[in-house]
Write a protein that binds this ligand. Structure first.
Ligand code: THU
Length: 163
């Protein structure tokens, strides 16, 4: 028996001002689109901004539904829009922000497993990690330079399924 370990690394920034202007811009876009979230059930608003290799920024917010599982997270709204409208353009970077209507979101929130799996498909497709910035309402900003494998180190990937 052997122990299989995979390490995850994030960089933590106490304040957004420690980041470069392109990162600050992406976070600002995520915060802007976060306000379009349709979240009457959870009262939890999420914004996602993706920077594509052609410089376009694609955004998405969570869209809930009375039939709860029919709703969709901000990350998948954004990445599926990018896939549908810019099918050949690699996704380079992503910023995710969140706020709750009834309390303060202290520090960054992680994407859910389904979003991580969906996002990882685009990393595989374009052969590059999506550099990811995460921000709550208070607290630090996290930067995951290695993309989804930071948060989902043992993700589903089977080469043979591509045939
Ligand atoms: N949500 C996202 O949009 N992204 C995440 O990464 C986690 C959760 C949404 C789904 C739902 O509308 C609300 O947040 C509460 O779970």
């Amino acid at each position: 028996m052997e122990i299989v370990k995979r390490e995850s690394v994030v960089k933590e920034f106490t304040n957004e001002s420690e980041l470069g202007s392109a990162d600050q811009e992406l976070l600002a876009e995520a915060r802007k689109v976060m306000e379009t979230a349709y979240a009457p059930y959870s009262r939890f608003l999420v914004g996602c901004a993706l920077r594509l290799a052609n410089g376009v920024i694609v955004t998405g917010s969570n869209q809930e539904n009375m039939a709860y599982p029919s709703g969709l997270c901000a990350e998948r709204v954004a990445i599926f829009y990018a896939g549908a409208n810019f099918p050949d353009v690699p996704v380079l970077e992503m910023a995710i922000t969140a706020r709750a209507k009834d309390y303060n979101v202290k520090g960054p929130i992680m994407s859910c497993g389904a979003c991580l799996q969906s996002l990882s498909e685009y990393e595989v497709r374009f052969k590059q990690p999506i550099r990811t910035l995460l921000q709550g309402q208070d607290g630090p900003v996290w930067l995951a330079e290695e993309g989804t494998k930071t948060f989902l180190p043992f993700q589903f990937f089977v080469e043979e399924l591509k045939r």
